[in-house]
Design a protein around this ligand. Structure first.
Ligand code: KIV
Ligand code: ZN
Length: 516
């Protein structure tokens, strides 16, 4: 058996299904590029039949990907999903169709309302349909961990005979325990007569905090594909995190004896990029990627570290890409320095993009003494990787007040579909005043579901990163804004969310991946 583990990244599909993690088209393309740089083997780019937006982004990612990475689309075991999925991925140099059907008694009876025999027939017909398009077919038994092992063996054998080359066994609801899960996976691999013709994969959710543990346990017994997501995002509690699985295999290669193609020093840039895109800061105590993962507080630990780093550190910050770059960008930096800095951060900008971002860097440098890598990444994200918006903020002016009878006020100047509009008004606080005025100008009344502010970097002049989630008419959308002034950042985030809400409404509702 080979010692190579294939890393199947589902950040753009299962990850995007997590609340508040919606990405726009440009953001998905950017993230897909970074996933390639990171060295993942397969990118699950989306679920093409779920919406026209998903179809378009999967097909664009497929067209742009190099032959080093496989581009996969998800499809239910439904013929029209499979046909649509193939349409979306067929232009990739290395396409894959991933089709799935539920195999647990619970799902078959209550969700699919199909008998086990009907599920077997549907799976066979659908895998054959996929195999008619490509040799690279993945078949998943949804809710595997609550399925009857012998039924799974039957359907897996049939799927391999019908043309599946990867068999995925998910812990869909994060129910399994590591030893139990590993022995279920091993049972299937040992009892399926044609199992040597397929690669076995696992896909573990984190409802009990065991997604990574279950994934690693299955790799120990012979699974050779791990389905993971950056920062562990995904349905409900999320998926097994890519960075944790990859670094466990790397740091403990003595134990696992397995290798991946992940370029570990690209882990932090990839995780940070995702966090900026979806506006969800990486939690402070997150393994591998957050600052605290490498900071030592107690005196005993300091003493140990000073004497020998390995006393309290099992990997270096540099090994996961948390390295300090020496190129400092400021007021006097020229175009070439800015270009090289972005290249070092993993962004290759064309001339037009460089001009766009260069002006924004200069404006930031006027306001801020020290520009950090995170500031630059936030800036490029805001300036470049977004689709044209119908609403554009020009200026805001806010005054706060703690005097009774003098309410906080806001005045806003903005473009609505290219027409300049302005307004002024009050609120219970300055942010409330800002949001009221913007809502009046655009003629909408969204409900503010979430407001969060985060300092991108340290210091009094840190760039404020605001995330808001708005809901209106049954749709919700997230928006982000950055600025050293938190009122401006808040207004930008609010306008961004309104633009995203409008785009979501245009895209129409998506089919959820597990709605059969
Ligand atoms: O969790 C799950 O079972 C899935 C399948 C579609 C693979 O996401
Ligand atoms: Zn899943």
């Amino acid at each position: 058996m080979t010692d190579r583990v294939y890393i199947f990244d589902t950040t753009l599909r299962d990850g995007e299904q997590s609340p508040g993690a919606t990405m726009n088209f440009q953001e998905k393309l950017r993230l897909a590029k970074q996933l390639e740089v990171l060295g993942v083997d397969i990118i699950e780019a989306g679920f093409p039949a779920s919406s026209d937006g998903d179809f378009e982004s999967v097909s664009q990612i497929a067209q742009r990907a190099s032959g080093d990475v496989q581009i996969c689309g998800l499809a239910r075991c439904v013929i029209r999903d499979i046909d649509r999925c193939w349409e979306a991925v067929k232009n990739a140099k290395n396409p894959r169709i991933h089709t799935f059907i539920a195999t647990s008694p619970l799902h078959m009876a209550h969700k699919l309302r199909k008998t086990p025999e009907e599920v077997l027939r549907t799976a066979e017909e659908c895998v054959k349909r996929c195999a008619g398009y490509t040799k690279n077919v993945e078949f998943s038994c949804e809710d595997f961990s609550r399925s009857e092992p012998d039924f799974v063996c039957k359907i897996v054998e049939l799927a391999i005979n019908a043309g599946a080359t990867t068999i995925n066994l998910p812990d869909t609801v994060g129910y399994a325990q590591p030893e139990e899960f590993a022995s279920m996976v091993k049972y299937v691999m040992d009892h399926v007569s044609n199992s040597s013709k397929a690669i076995f994969s696992v896909h573990c959710h984190d409802d009990l905090g065991l997604g990574v543990a279950n994934t690693l346990a299955a790799l120990r017994v012979g699974a050779r594909q791990a389905e993971v997501a950056l920062n562990g995002i995904g349905e409900r509690a999320g998926n097994a995190s890519l960075e944790e699985v990859a670094m466990a295999l790397e740091v403990r290669k003595d134990y696992y004896g397995l290798k991946t193609g992940i370029k570990t020093e690209q882990i932090y840039p990839a995780c940070r990029l995702l966090s900026i895109i979806i506006g969800q800061p990486i939690p402070n105590n997150k393994a591998i990627t957050r600052a605290n993962a490498f900071s030592h507080e107690s005196g005993i630990h300091h003493d140990g570290m000073l004497k020998h780093r390995e006393t309290y550190e099992i990997m270096t910050p540099q090994s996961v890409g948390r390295k300090e770059t020496t190129l400092v960008i400021g007021k006097h930096s020229g175009r070439n320095a800015v270009r090289s800095k972005f290249e070092a951060l993993g962004y290759s900008l064309d001339d037009e993009q460089l001009n766009q971002v260069f002006d924004a860097v200069k404006q930031l440098a006027d306001r801020k003494k020290q520009i950090h890598d995170e500031d630059l990444m936030a800036l490029v994200q805001q300036e470049i990787y977004r689709i044209p918006d119908s609403l554009r903020l020009r200026h805001v002016s806010v005054s706060s007040s703690d005097a009774g009878g003098v309410p906080p006020t806001a005045a806003v100047l903005m473009d609505v579909d290219g027409i300049e509009k302005s307004g002024a008004g009050f609120g219970v606080g300055p942010i409330d005043a800002l949001f009221n005025v913007i809502s009046q100008i655009v003629g909408r009344e969204p409900e503010l579901e979430q407001y969060a502010i985060n300092a991108v970097t340290g210091g009094m002049d840190a760039l404020g990163e605001v995330t808001v989630r708005l809901r209106e008419n049954g749709s919700s959308a997230v928006g982000r804004g950055n600025h050293p002034d938190i009122f401006v950042a808040s207004a930008r985030a609010f306008v961004d969310a309104l633009n995203n809400l409008a785009k979501r409404e245009k895209e129409g509702k998506r089919v959820h991946s597990t709605d059969q």
